[in-house]
Design a protein around this ligand. Structure first.
Ligand SMILES: C[C@@]1(CC(=O)O)C2=NC(=C\c3[nH]c(c(CCC(=O)O)c3CC(=O)O)Cc3[nH]c(c(CC(=O)O)c3CCC(=O)O)/C=C3\N/C(=C\2)[C@@H](CCC(=O)O)[C@]3(C)CC(=O)O)/[C@H]1CCC(=O)O
Ligand SMILES: NC(=O)c1ccc[n+]([C@@H]2O[C@H](COP(=O)([O-])OP(=O)(O)OC[C@H]3O[C@@H](n4cnc5c(N)ncnc54)[C@H](O)[C@@H]3O)[C@@H](O)[C@H]2O)c1
Length: 250
């Protein structure tokens, strides 16, 4: 029986937004690759411990240690480093040490990424574009990391300049909406209204939206309406709004 459901395309990854905030991440190694890993997890508000002999630290890692952005252990990896750790990232130039760490992580059920050894990775990194709350990750699933980086730059170059700021404002509006209409059973109405705002407002207007505009706009939520920023700023009843022949708001 032919169905119109999407076809399954195996061989991909499950791309998720891992909430690692305040969780402990162990980074083994302090070279260039480790520096990239450290920045990735710090950007996600993780607590980071770096284990690497000091003479192997590159400038960026040494800077993060000096600034206390990470906790630091000046020696080679030891199994006790895995105690109370939620995620392990290794970037060492020693394949035997890497494999030992991977095996210990599997014994202890800790999610791990061993740089350069795809079969010893519970997850791969991807090439990430960041603009405020917006993150876009490109993965080629191990086929071509350099191409992932090229695709990511191409995507980033085609995004509206103000998209990150617009998303930030939408986040504020959504949080306020949940305060004025917290009931679980209002979920569908809340979602429909938020979708309406996002679809009908321009990105520029979303960015320009100030706190008092948000309060004003939320006043229309009970009616299920989402007038434009221009109309909201004209105030009550929009009496000053120039007649446009529409006799209505939409
Ligand atoms: C995206 C990015 C994220 C990040 O690392 O943060 C990332 N690699 C990046 C760069 C990069 N890595 C390499 C080159 C040299 C050119 C080239 O090979 O293309 C370049 C280019 C450069 O340095 O510019 C060498 C390389 N990489 C892996 C191996 C092992 C192997 O393939 O067997 C080898 C040695 C191959 C060999 O010896 O020949 C493996 C992995 N690298 C991954 C991620 C995962 C798959 C992601 C995917 O497929 O999309 C995976 C599987 C595991 C992992 O590391 O998580 C980051 C770009 C960030 C950015 O710039 O935006
Ligand atoms: N997956 C990727 O995207 C990717 C890209 C390039 C390189 N690599 C690989 O990642 C690894 C690291 O690359 P790099 O350029 O950062 O190397 P690097 O030589 O700059 O750094 C290696 C680091 O590992 C530390 N180290 C070595 N043995 C250790 C141990 N037993 N315990 C703790 N720390 C130890 C050293 O002190 C040093 O800080 C290499 O194997 C490299 O081939 C992966």
């Amino acid at each position: 029986m032919p169905q119109n459901f999407p076809a399954v395309q195996g061989g991909g990854s499950l791309i998720l937004a891992w909430q690692i905030k305040n969780k402990r991440v162990l980074v083994v190694g302090g070279g260039e690759v480790a520096a990239g890993r450290i920045l990735n997890v710090l950007n996600a508000d993780a607590k980071v411990t770096v284990v690497s002999p000091r003479e192997g630290l590159n400038d960026e890692v040494a800077y993060r240690v000096a600034e206390s952005q990470v906790d630091y252990v000046d020696r080679k990896f030891e199994p006790s480093d895995l105690d109370n750790v939620d995620m392990v990232l290794t970037a060492v130039d020693d394949p035997e040490a890497s494999t030992q760490i991977w095996k210990l992580c599997k014994e202890r059920n800790i999610a791990a990424n061993i740089a350069d050894v795809p079969p010893e990775c519970d997850f791969y990194f991807g090439s990430v574009h960041r603009d405020g709350p917006l993150q876009i990750m490109v993965s080629t699933n191990g086929n071509g990391p350099k191409l992932a980086s090229i695709v990511r730059k191409q995507i980033a170059g085609n995004l509206p300049e103000n998209i990150g700021a617009a998303i930030q404002k939408v986040g504020m509006l959504r949080r306020k909406l949940r305060k004025v209409a917290p009931a679980t059973e209002e979920g569908p109405k809340r979602m429909q209204w938020m979708s309406g705002v996002c679809e009908s407002w321009s990105l520029d207007d979303l960015v320009a939206m100030e706190e008092k505009d948000m309060e004003e706009l939320l006043g229309f939520y009970p009616l299920g309406e989402f007038p434009s920023l221009e109309r909201i700023r004209l105030g009550d009843g929009f009496q000053e709004y120039a007649f446009d022949g529409s006799f209505g708001w939409f």
